[in-house]
Design a protein around this ligand. Structure first.
Ligand code: DC
Length: 225
């Protein structure tokens, strides 16, 4: 790894607050925040839109042209020249991404993309296998979690303003199913790296969670100021 870049890995289950918290921490420390879930979601959108069967995925992937751009520090994800950053956030694509991210050709395809970004930039990268597979030599690894009930409750509050909001129970069932799929797949399952620091946010708000992570990072690599 290039000595000048700092790589922070944040892994954990869906709904633990990884992206919101990682964004807050990256602003504070001046690193680029990379949401790798968005890459898996974009591949899922590509597979879904084009009705690609599992056994055809490997040959179809080079045609996907997935790329990330950082506009005013915000990550946007593109399929060809189409910005799909919003389109990938539907429950259907969440479930599709959980399924298609288990396909080995999908993981192999995105592995390189993620490593290249981390080689060239100081990053806080969040995902499921960043500390275990993508950046095994990351400077700091965090495993961020919260109880399934707390994660469902947060998601329910977030969605309750929107039309067609699913019930709390539906959200909880969805989270439990996605946790199971993410933890039990054969390739790069979600698990805490041996050298990762566990941060449980069940009883912490966003600010407390972000402060705790900044504390862990600065303790390990010194202050970014
Ligand atoms: O973090 P998210 O919910 O946006 O991720 C969408 C799906 O992608 C999730 O079900 C697991 C998968 N994923 C993965 O397998 N590896 C990553 N590094 C990031 C996400």
């Amino acid at each position: 790894m290039n000595n000048k870049t700092v790589n922070i890995a944040i892994d954990g289950p869906a709904g633990a607050g990884k992206s919101t918290i990682a964004k807050m921490v990256s602003k504070k420390l001046g690193y680029i925040y990379v949401d790798t879930g968005a890459l898996y979601r974009t591949i899922a959108l590509y597979i879904t839109e084009n009705g690609i069967e599992d056994e055809k995925v490997e040959e179809a992937l080079p045609g996907a042209e997935v790329s990330l751009k950082f506009i005013d520090g915000e990550q946007r994800v593109f399929l060809g020249d189409r910005d799909v950053s919003e389109l990938i956030r539907t429950p259907i694509i969440s479930m599709a991404a959980s399924r298609t991210s288990a396909l080995p050709p999908v993981r192999a395809y995105l592995f390189e993309t993620q490593q290249k970004i981390a080689r060239e930039n100081s990053v806080i990268m969040d995902g499921r296998d960043i500390g275990t597979v993508v950046l095994p030599n990351a400077d700091v690894k965090i495993f961020l979690t919260a109880s399934a009930e707390e994660r469902a409750d947060r998601r329910f509050k977030e969605l309750s303003e929107k039309p067609d909001c699913p019930s709390y129970q539906e959200i909880l069932d969805d989270i439990i199913q996605r946790d199971y799929q993410d933890m039990h797949r054969e390739t790069a399952p979600l698990k805490q790296a041996e050298d990762a620091v566990l941060v449980d946010t069940t009883h912490l708000n966003l600010e407390e969670s972000a402060a705790e992570i900044v504390r862990i990072i600065t303790e390990r690599i010194g202050s970014a100021d």
